[in-house]
Write a protein that binds this ligand. Structure first.
Ligand code: NDP
Length: 302
């Protein structure tokens, strides 16, 4: 039976450290401030935003939300982002994804001042990640690297298979794993014979958004399995008739893997902790007081 990678516990430890660092920082500077730009009323996005706001407040940071309608146009979002880029009271800006159709997220994300881009999704920050000089590491991949490091799971020389190649999870994660000396295979919807590839993985990461896509027979005995997926599936026994599951068939995978992240309580809380970490870092950058060592990145070996 696999050991559980307890993302909730790790995230709490990291948050405690960030909270102390924030309190120290606030002795000389204003509280770090993150503004979230939200468009539309996607229920899942609203839950993620509330979770981030609660975490920011608890860590002693300021948070604001600009709520725009589902019908918002590119020019309107662009005007808000331009204003936030200029606003000296704002350290970090986060555009909540997904954006309502037909808005194009890549174009809009690239309007952010890269020094306030706490998600690390602008072309500049993604480029810096690829060239080995990261500024803001995207929060979910960063949280995963942090967990691998914290649980002493060997990455150097390991074969890491990442299923899902989005610009926010799969691609930056593949870059981080490569930088940490893993041999990386990046799979997607056109990958032929996915199971034959996933079975080779020492570290198997699923970031697709498809419940139980990864079954027990798709992994080798003793693998480390990181489940990024967040899917709401019907469950009459659950309080609201729905429950959260990942992309991995947890029971079957836990019987074969050596390490596994649960959903919920795995990658999600680490993502939120990294939002805090990047917000504090953005504030430190703007005030020219970046610490010589950066808690989370040092600990994640990034
Ligand atoms: P995207 O929809 O942007 O990307 C999904 C990826 O999965 C694409 O690369 C797609 O391939 C690939 N894919 C789709 N179907 C298959 C298949 N059958 N076999 C192999 N690959 C497939 O999703 P995101 O990266 O934004 O998110 C992925 C999941 O992670 C979602 O459930 C999301 O909710 C969750 N998530 C969780 C976070 C957390 O903190 N835990 C944070 C961010 C996301 P192609 O490129 O060819 O279309």
């Amino acid at each position: 039976m696999a050991n559980i990678i307890d993302g909730k516990r790790l995230a709490q430890q990291l948050t405690d450290t960030i909270t102390k660092e924030t309190a120290n920082y606030c002795k000389r500077y204003p509280r770090p401030c993150l503004t979230i730009v939200s468009s539309g009323a996607d229920p899942a996005s609203q839950i993620y935003i509330r979770t981030k706001l609660r975490a920011l407040e608890a860590a002693g940071m300021q948070s604001r939300v600009i709520q725009l309608s589902e019908q918002v146009c590119e020019a309107e979002i662009a005007a808000h982002i331009a204003r936030l880029n200029r606003d000296d009271d704002v350290d970090g800006i986060l555009v909540q994804l997904p954006l309502p159709s037909p808005l194009e997220s890549t174009r809009i994300l690239d309007l952010l001042d890269p020094k306030k881009d706490v998600d690390g999704f602008t072309a500049e920050n993604l480029g810096r990640l690829l060239t080995g000089a990261p500024r803001f590491i995207p929060c979910t991949p960063h949280g995963i690297m942090y967990a691998l490091h914290a649980y002493h799971i060997p990455v150097r020389g390991a074969h890491a298979v990442v299923v899902g190649r989005s610009a926010i999870v799969g691609k930056p994660l593949a870059a981080l794993l490569t930088a940490a000396d893993a041999t990386v295979t990046l799979c997607h919807s056109n990958t032929r014979n996915l199971a034959a590839i996933t079975r080779q993985a020492d570290i198997l990461i699923a970031a697709v958004g498809c419940p139980a896509l990864i079954t027990g027979d798709m992994m080798k005995e003793g693998a480390t399995v990181i489940d990024v997926g967040i899917n709401r599936v019907a469950d009459p026994a659950a309080p609201h008739g729905k429950r959260l599951v990942g992309d991995v068939d947890f029971e079957a995978a836990a019987a074969r893997a050596a390490w596994i992240t649960p959903v919920p309580g795995g990658v999600g809380p680490l993502t939120v902790a990294m939002v805090l970490r990047n917000t504090l870092y953005a504030a430190q950058l703007r005030h020219g007081c970046t610490p010589a060592k950066n808690t989370a990145s040092e600990a994640a070996g990034c």
